[in-house]
Ligand binder design. Structure first.
Ligand SMILES: NC(=O)c1ccc[n+]([C@@H]2O[C@H](COP(=O)([O-])OP(=O)(O)OC[C@H]3O[C@@H](n4cnc5c(N)ncnc54)[C@H](OP(=O)(O)O)[C@@H]3O)[C@@H](O)[C@H]2O)c1
Length: 254
């Protein structure tokens, strides 16, 4: 299919991508815009990075709105919704991408490390899905796409908090998918393997090399490989898919 035809796939759609200032979220925002969607760029602190993404969405000929909100806070997410509604419109596609990790062996993990990771990765998904639910139900073929992780599927050393949050997202996806079928809203997850973003490049080099050896494709994934999976799930081509967890992991977990 030509690029021009692909662009039409998300024509007339409006998407909100949480944590779109960097890494995978940035690529998702740009990719959805390339495929024809107008895109709201949410972030927490990286104001300049978020403004740059907005500029590239505009260069793709699409509309954008940039809004800082800490997704841990239900109130901030509600304020974001009000601002989007007043300045941009309702949304058809919600990509719950924002996430953090605080990696430590369980013996060293403090209650606060647990709560902080769970509050962004899981409470954030609850808050955004809840606040934007009416928009998605009113959309023609609303979409929720949750960015989980291979770590939520197979576990990983030093990531009990992160793995729990990402496994929780999968349960959330499957349960909500069942509830929203009648509203024609699909709810799916993408479970990336190790992708070359700050989150992974901050791992000590020696550990990175040992991880790569365990990946059948022998390399980290690229952000665009995740973003294209999200664009597919957001598109009408995926209209009969709900409650699915799409692995994008180079064969790391099958
Ligand atoms: N990289 C990987 O290998 C990998 C693998 C599997 C899954 N994932 C998942 O993919 C998602 C993106 O990961 P990434 O590697 O792209 O991460 P990243 O480069 O560290 O970027 C994280 C993004 O989340 C935003 N964010 C963090 N806390 C937030 C909060 N409380 N409220 C709103 N936004 C917040 C950040 O905004 P600010 O810049 O403003 O702080 C940033 O835009 C995460 O959910 C992650 O768990 C990543």
């Amino acid at each position: 299919m030509t690029e021009e035809k692909m662009e039409k796939k998300l024509h007339n759609k409006r998407a909100l991508v949480t944590g779109a200032s960097r890494g995978i979220g940035k690529e998702i925002a740009n990719t959805l815009a390339r495929h024809g969607a107008d895109v709201v760029v949410n972030y927490n602190t990286s104001h300049e990075d978020a403004s740059e993404i907005a500029t590239s969405v505009e260069l793709a000929g699409k509309e954008t709105w940039v809004y800082p909100a800490d997704i841990r806070s239900f109130q901030e997410v509600e304020e974001m919704k009000k601002s989007i509604e007043d300045n941009f419109g309702t949304i058809d596609i919600l990509v719950n991408n924002a996430g953090i990790n605080i990696d430590k062996f369980f013996t060293k993990m403090e209650k606060n490390d647990w709560e902080t990771v769970l509050s962004v990765n899981l409470d954030g998904v609850f808050n955004c899905s809840k606040v934007f639910l009416d928009d998605l139900r009113e959309a023609e073929g609303g979409r929720i796409i949750n960015i989980s992780s291979v770590v939520g599927q197979r576990g990983n050393l030093g990531q009990v908090n992160y793995a729990s949050s990402k496994a929780g997202m999968i349960g959330f996806t499957k349960a909500l998918a069942r509830e929203l079928v009648r509203d024609e809203v699909t709810v799916n997850a993408v479970a990336p393997g190790f992708i070359a973003t700050d989150m992974v490049m901050n791992i000590p080099e020696k550990v990175q090399e040992s991880i790569k050896k365990k990946i059948p494709m022998g390399r980290f994934g690229e952000t665009k490989e995740v973003a294209e999976a999200v664009a597919f799930l957001a598109s009408p081509s995926a209209s009969y898919i709900t409650g699915e967890v799409l692995k994008v992991n180079g064969g790391f977990y099958i």
